[in-house]
Design a protein around this ligand. Structure first.
Ligand SMILES: CC(C)(COP(=O)(O)OP(=O)(O)OC[C@H]1O[C@@H](n2cnc3c(N)ncnc32)[C@H](O)[C@@H]1OP(=O)(O)O)[C@@H](O)C(=O)NCCC(=O)NCCS
Length: 292
């Protein structure tokens, strides 16, 4: 990868040796971002989409002042997974320089879209000028209690997922989601190890959908992270059966409140959640993307 260099500022691929500096930045920098997923920032070290900006200090020492990691998991869409900019720097020009390094590599790898989902809103003021457009918003749904509406018995079996199921589940993700929102088999494996409950639906021995959840803000709450149904089998009650199973296992654990997130334009998911007594909350978070 070509290295952008000014008299004192350079952008170069991040290496293992930068680990300490990157974690320090993520802790102390006023502008920092870690994508909401199952990875940790160092997972992306060594990938060409992870770069650091450094400057010369007196005595010739170099100091890392910013970093950015963009990675696809899976292609053809990538997310900004990590970003941080030390105080006293110019965020927009640093972001621009780092993106100039990363974007050609993403394009060459067949990536068509770079998403940025900032839970803290600081990037907005700069990324709009760098070509990012708001492509969606994330909304939260909330349910008090774990009541389940009555459902027809339609032969859907629910069982605990095994780690060996993840490749098959990744194929369902590919069918069901726009590229930006898909999880890879590896991403699902990480979710499998870190989630509290991970179950799948089968009809006649064929996997047709799955969900997983984590503990919420306290032991009496749960967060339903994902619910996915095979594209050709939607609207046949599978999502409802998965939701009923999730609520039943929450009830057994003494859960009293359930939350989940979805995209503002994902109307079929809203209908499912509302049928199960979830209410849409007012807060929304924007999702940005750069077309490559
Ligand atoms: C959102 C999603 C999980 C819903 O799953 P689903 O299996 O289609 O949901 P259901 O079949 O239970 O419910 C959908 C509709 O089918 C109807 N339905 C339920 N059982 C049925 C049956 N046996 N026969 C025919 N229709 C049925 C429901 O009444 C419901 O109608 P509504 O849309 O008017 O409310 C699914 O569309 C999906 O995987 N989408 C892509 C991934 C996604 O967006 N996930 C959620 C965000 S993370």
């Amino acid at each position: 990868m070509e290295i952008a260099r000014s008299s004192e500022l350079s952008v170069r691929p991040a290496t293992d040796d930068d680990k300490g500096a990157i974690y320090r930045l993520l802790q102390i920098a006023p502008y920092h971002h870690i994508h909401v997923d199952w990875h940790v920032p160092v997972d992306w070290l060594g990938t060409p989409g992870f770069v650091v900006s450094e400057i010369s200090e007196s005595g010739g020492e170099r100091a890392v002042i910013a970093c950015l990691a963009a990675a696809a998991d899976p292609p053809p869409a990538a997310w900004v997974r990590v970003a941080a900019i030390q105080s006293g720097q110019q965020p927009q020009s640093l972001l621009k320089l780092m993106l100039q390094q990363v974007v050609p590599y993403l394009r060459d790898s067949g990536i068509r879209e770079l998403g940025w989902f900032p839970v803290r809103l600081w990037p907005e003021q700069w990324i709009m000028n760098l070509g990012f457009r708001q492509v969606n918003r994330i909304v939260t749904f909330f349910k008090e209690g774990t009541e389940i509406p009555s459902l027809p018995d339609n032969g859907i079996e629910i069982r605990n997922a095994e780690v060996t199921d993840m490749s098959e589940l990744a194929a369902l993700e590919e069918e069901a989601f726009h590229p930006l929102w898909r999880h890879s088999a590896q991403g699902l494996r990480l979710a499998f190890w870190q989630s509290q409950s991970f179950k799948l639906a089968e009809i006649g021995g064929r996997i047709v959908g799955f969900y997983y959840s984590v503990e919420g803000i306290n032991r009496e709450s749960a967060h339903l992270v994902r619910i996915t149904v095979a594209r050709g089998l939607q609207n046949q009650g599978i999502g409802s059966a998965l939701m009923a199973s999730a609520l039943d296992s929450f009830r057994r654990r003494g859960v009293r409140q359930v939350t989940l997130n979805t995209q503002v334009d994902n109307v079929s998911s809203h209908r499912l959640y509302q049928r199960f007594g979830f209410r849409r909350m007012e807060d929304e978070l924007p999702v940005w993307a750069l077309e490559l």
